[in-house]
Design a protein. Structure first.
Length: 228
């Protein structure tokens, strides 16, 4: 083979190899572009899901807290901030037990360490002196605890008032709008006898008018009235 023919063969070989490599590079570029599009789509989905989770977490009516292994608050929603009487920024990196009275901190710490998944009724005095009835539940994660803390003080107080209303030996009734009787306790029903069934729905003044003997003993302003 002549020298010129050899040179021509080499050039054609290099050209074929070059075209093949360029084609392979073009294919790889297309594959990389497709992968990049998929990654961008996945990243957008993750960001949207995170934003949705964050909004749901932050707007939830139930107080949520995330604590690290040292018991410091690393995440809290708006309901949790309201419950503890501080801002989100003011709560981050503060230990949760610091928000209860000093003598009760070991007990709260024990609750958090135990991380009861079932909502556990408990009663704590906060650092500001307010006593709070609450339901506490927690779940353990990797070096963290997610805590749900629900203030049930009003519900507990209402339950106790209802029990007292039912059990007190005094004849009591609850009046609502326009001074209309909404509820009577068993002692009141016993006092009124057969008329008890008609008492609910009557105006308090009309009830007294039908029972003149009770008028001089009727006391207490507001929704709770004592008949005798």
């Amino acid at each position: 083979m002549k020298k010129d023919d050899t040179q021509d063969l080499l050039e054609r070989t290099y050209e074929r190899i070059g075209r093949r490599e360029v084609h392979q590079l073009e294919v790889q570029q297309v594959e990389l572009e497709l992968q990049n599009e998929q990654l961008e789509a996945a990243r957008a989905w993750i960001e949207a899901a995170l934003a949705s989770y964050t909004e749901l977490f932050d707007a939830a009516p139930v107080p949520y807290f995330t604590l690290n292994g040292s018991g410091e608050i690393v995440e809290v929603n708006r309901a949790g901030a309201r419950l503890l009487g501080d801002t989100h920024a003011g709560l981050i990196e503060r230990r949760m037990v610091a928000f209860v009275a000093a003598p009760e901190r070991p007990r709260l710490q024990a609750f958090l360490q135990a991380a009861p998944e079932q909502a556990t009724p408990c009663r704590f005095t906060l650092f500001n002196g307010r006593t709070m009835e609450m339901h506490l539940s927690a779940t353990k994660g990797h070096d963290e605890r997610r805590v749900v803390l629900i203030d049930v003080s009003e519900h507990v107080a209402a339950t106790r008032h209802a029990q007292a209303f039912t059990l007190l030996p005094e004849a009591l009734c609850i009046v609502g709008q326009d001074d209309v009787v909404e509820e009577i306790n068993p002692a009141c029903a016993a006092l009124l006898g057969e008329a008890a069934g008609r008492a609910v729905g009557m105006r308090f003044a009309d009830l007294l008018a039908q029972h003149p003997a009770l008028q001089s003993d009727a006391t207490l302003e507001g929704p709770l009235r004592r008949l005798r």
